[in-house]
Structure formats: C-alpha cells, structure tokens
Design a protein around this ligand. Structure first.
Ligand SMILES: *Cc1c(COP(=O)(O)O)cnc(C)c1O
Length: 399
C-alpha cells in the first residue's frame, strides 16, 4: 500500500480532497479504497502478528482499533486540516464526548460558550458535572468575558465558530492565545466552517473536530466524527476510543471518503449560494432578520473575514409573525427537506424551535437570541436562482 504523494505543502484543498490519503494501488490494482468489512486480520506466523500487536510493524489486528478503510479516511482528513495526526469516531458526538472525557479529570475546569451544539451543551450541563468537572459557559460574542474566564485558569477551552443556529462568530486566534498563556488545551468544533473555509489549527487550536455527518460526508447518508491535531493528544484520544469502542465502521468510512472527494467543490458553491440567499432574504419585506457572517451588516462579519476564507453554507433568518408564519413558509417550499442536520447536497430547512432547541423553553431560546420565527437553512448544491425563486414563492404565501 504505497502512498502516491507525501508532501502536501502548497497543494490546494480541492486537490487534497480527491487525492490525500489515497493509496496508489490497494488490492490488485483497485484505484478506489476497498471497503474492508473484516473484523479481524490474520497472520501467517506468530512473530509478525506479535510485532504488529506491539506496534513494531504496520498492520491491523482488530477493527475496533484500526481498519484499512477507516485509516484512509483519517489520513485524508489529517491532510485537509494540515494536522500531525487524526482519529475517527462513530459520530460527531462520539468524537466530542471522547475528546472531553479524555482531556478532563475531576476537579478540572473547562471554559466554553453558551451557543455550542445542543449535544455538546448537554455534556457540559448534564454529564461532565457528574464527574465533578467545573464547567463555565460564557456569552458567545463577549470576547472580553471569555478571556477573563480563561485567565482564571482552565484545562480545556472548547469553542465552536460559526455557531448553531444563529451563526455567531468567535475570535479563535485571540482566545487560543489567551488559553495558551494559562496552559490550556484548545478544542474547536469546525463542523459549520469545514477545512475549506477555516483552519483552526493555523489560528492556534490544539485540536479541531468535525461531525463528519455534515459537510464532510455531504450526502446525509453516513455518520461519523473526526478529530485532528497534535499527535500526543490524538494518541490519547485513540487510546480511550479503542477501549470505549465508539469506532467508525468501514462502510461509513467509505461513504464519507467518497463524499469528501467533492468537499471543496460543494463548499465553494454552498458559500456562494448562501451569501446570495442571505442578501436576497435581507431585502424581503416578510423577513425580520438574517443571520449570516458573510453579510457586512452581521455583527460577526469583521472577525469572520479575518479567520475564514468563505462564510459557509448555513444561514438563518426569522420571519415577521413568528412560528405560524414559519409553518406556512416551510410547507410551501419545493426544493428543501424539512429535516434536522445540515451540510448535505440537498437544501435542508428547519426551525430551531423543533430541532436543535426543542428542549429549551421559550424564555431560554430568547436568552440565546433565538427568535420564535427563526428558520435555519443549510443550502445544498442546487442552482441559486431556483432556490431563490422557491423561497420567493414561499414568502409570497405569507402575504
Ligand atoms: C451535528 C453536529 C454535531 C454532532 O454530530 P453527530 O454526527 O450528529 O453526532 C456536533 N457539532 C456540530 C456543530 C454539529 O452540527
């Protein structure tokens, strides 16, 4: 299994999406990565088996630990994030849980933001405190407040940018610097941005993670998680995952690998369409507010411009008239699935009131700045003109 290319310096993301991690000839000349469903790997003699088991020789033993198809996916993602190492998980949440439970011990402190992904937020509010981890969640857009909490000392700084569902932007470079001054490890959830639009490791983060279920796979047909970063930290995560068993399976790894080959193509198109849609929505009389860091009017625009090369395929907007109008609007759309999740080739829309923040009360949503009439929209790769005509039609149904 020879790697076609080893030096990825100065190679662009589109080329990496296709070629990185791929081996030249896998099995009898196969050009595509085979799906190795085998749970276990056999050896002709005990000596070789032993050498592989103790890590003296490369190879696979048992698929809960490592698997050839999964390894290609990890290598591709490692190269796309320009990281030293990468390890994968069965879902994005498995990656996040493993990261937090590997890095934090009882009595230690983690600083994060109020707007983190719903599942992550549950870990912070429900599970980590049971293990006596001190959790401090800050106002997402108040960089001074976050910095002040970091300065009090913490083991982990956990960030996400842009956030779900109101696309708030966090100054990654500034907060990484503050965290390193107190010796903290910085973890960034890069799911919304993808490595096409944002490179947290270059901005100072120690670990970057993704729900590969979203843009990385891109087709809403496979789940997975990936964490990339310093080898010393990835080794620790891998060690815990080998034992708790939140392993990515070979078939999902194959689907994600196939999806990621078009990552750059998709994301660039989604960036363009989302920006066009945001600008279009801003002008519509039925729309109350548009949330998208690509808009010059957006409070996160200046920081986003500094740390992102594109603003992503997710936007949100609120309708005048609240939730009743949301129902009418969503039922009138032709080219969108009314569904949770994001980052797929097909447009996905949903109200946070019934998706990500269904368990929050109206008051809690208000505190997080989530209007009752908010719609999150993850634009697909359809033609922007068709999507806009569809949205215009559905807005007209509100009058
Ligand atoms: C979906 C999502 C996750 C969780 O990923 P799963 O694959 O659903 O477990 C984590 N972070 C963000 C930002 C997400 O959008």
């Amino acid at each position: 299994m020879t790697q076609k290319k080893n030096n990825w310096k100065n190679i662009q993301q589109g080329t990496k999406s296709v070629w990185a991690g791929e081996t030249s000839l896998f099995y009898k000349g196969a050009t595509q990565t085979p799906v190795v469903h085998s749970v276990t790997f056999g050896y002709e003699d005990v000596d070789t088996w032993f050498d592989v088991a103790i890590g003296k020789q490369e190879g696979h033993i048992y698929s809960r630990n490592t698997n050839p198809t999964v390894a290609v996916f990890e290598e591709k993602m490692r190269i796309l994030e320009d990281a030293e190492a990468a390890t994968s998980f069965s879902t994005g949440m498995a990656g996040i849980s493993n990261t937090l439970f590997t890095l934090l011990s009882p009595g230690q402190r983690v600083v994060s933001i109020k707007d983190s992904y719903g599942g992550t937020s549950k870990l912070f509010l429900e599970f980590l405190p049971r293990f006596n981890v001190d959790v401090q969640l800050c106002e997402t857009t108040d960089m001074d407040a976050i910095e002040a909490e970091i300065k009090k000392g913490c083991r982990v700084l956990y960030l996400e940018s842009p956030t779900n569902p109101t696309l708030k932007v966090v100054d990654l470079e500034r907060l990484c610097k503050a965290a390193h001054e107190v010796g903290a490890i910085v973890v960034v959830d890069n799911t919304f941005a993808t490595p096409i639009n944002q490179k947290p490791l270059q901005l100072g983060a120690d670990l970057v993670l993704h729900s590969a279920t979203k843009f990385i796979g891109g087709h809403s047909d496979a789940m997975g998680g990936i964490v990339c970063g310093k080898k010393e930290l990835i080794d620790k995560l891998f060690h815990f995952r080998e034992i708790n068993g939140a392993t990515l399976d070979a078939m999902s790894a194959y689907l994600l690998l196939r999806g990621v080959k078009t990552l750059e193509l998709r994301v660039k198109r989604q960036n363009e369409t989302a920006l066009a849609m945001a600008r279009f929505l801003e002008k519509q009389p039925q729309v109350e507010q548009v949330f998208y860091p690509g808009l010059t009017s957006d409070p996160g625009h200046e920081i986003a411009k500094k740390q992102m090369t594109g603003f992503g395929g997710v936007l949100a907007f609120s309708l005048k008239g609240g939730f009743e109008k949301v129902k009418t609007f969503l039922n009138s759309l032709q080219y969108a699935h009314l569904a949770a999740s994001l980052g797929s080739v097909g447009t996905l829309v949903g109200p946070p009131k019934v998706t990500s923040h269904v368990e929050a009360s109206e008051e809690e949503r208000k505190q997080l700045g989530i209007p009752e009439g908010l719609i999150r929209c993850s634009v697909g790769i359809e033609n922007a003109e068709d999507l806009m005509a569809d949205f215009k039609n559905a807005l007209a149904a509100l009058d």
